[in-house]
Design a protein around this ligand. Structure first.
Ligand SMILES: [Zn+2]
Length: 232
């Protein structure tokens, strides 16, 4: 796999296809591999984590050719991304909306900053899997049948892998971040729990609290390695 020269990093070199629409009608876009999909990497299911989209886009823009075996979703929650909200336009935390045995109708909470208590209220949806973004992502996964899915989040600074997979361990080694089996608090209806219950290996790659410049130096190269199948 050849990488593009830096002078070409300004634009995405090929076009995505649309796998659904958000509540606001924005396209849900996927950059597909040329061959069988071994890995799906998605960013910004939480719109308040825009650095995940930026970093994954920076990685994608370095590739000389479409990845052979990796699919890329730059914004799983485009409504949240354009409005700067964790939730989608219905006020639903999409990462608490997946159809799992743990899904509950009670409001879910998140932290305004990492040092504060988890007390910002959001909806988990009217029912499990109620949101178009959730349904579309599940549809994409059913179609692509990836061997593993990597969900990009921030800012917990860990590799969270309930399966303790070899890929998760390699990511932890490569990034120098802790390898954990769970994030230490309940996440009913999360994508990771959905994966665990449905036999889809999910790794949550949590960026640290970090400036974009350092993300570019420390984590974008790891994403390039993931997309090109060259992670040590
Ligand atoms: Zn998140």
């Amino acid at each position: 796999m050849t990488l593009r020269p830096r002078s070409a990093w300004g634009t995405l070199p090929w076009s995505p296809t649309t796998y659904g629409r958000s509540v606001l009608g924005l396209p849900l876009e996927v950059w597909r591999p040329t061959g069988r999909c071994d890995l799906l990497v998605f960013a910004a299911i939480h719109g308040e984590e825009p650095e995940t989209t930026w970093a994954l886009s920076r990685a994608l823009r370095q590739l000389g050719d479409p990845p052979a075996h990796a699919a890329v979703v730059l914004a799983a929650n485009p409504d949240g991304l354009v409005r700067g909200t964790r939730a989608n336009a219905n006020g639903v935390d999409l990462n608490r909306n997946f159809p799992t045995s743990t899904w509950r109708a009670a409001p879910v909470t998140s932290r305004a900053t990492i040092d504060l208590p988890s007390d910002v209220l959001l909806s988990p949806g009217t029912h499990a899997g109620s949101e178009p973004e959730t349904q579309a992502l599940l549809g994409l996964i059913a179609e692509l049948q990836p061997d593993a899915v990597i969900a990009l989040h921030a800012p917990l600074a860990c590799i969270d892998d309930a399966n303790g997979s070899a890929l998760g361990e390699r990511l932890a080694d490569r990034t120098g971040m802790p390898f954990v089996r769970d994030v230490g608090y309940p996440t009913p209806g999360s994508f990771g729990t959905w994966g665990l219950e449905h036999g889809v290996p999910v790794i949550t790659y949590e960026f640290p609290v970090i400036a974009n410049e350092d993300l570019m130096r420390l984590h974008v190269p790891v994403l390039v390695e993931l997309l090109t199948g060259t992670l040590p």
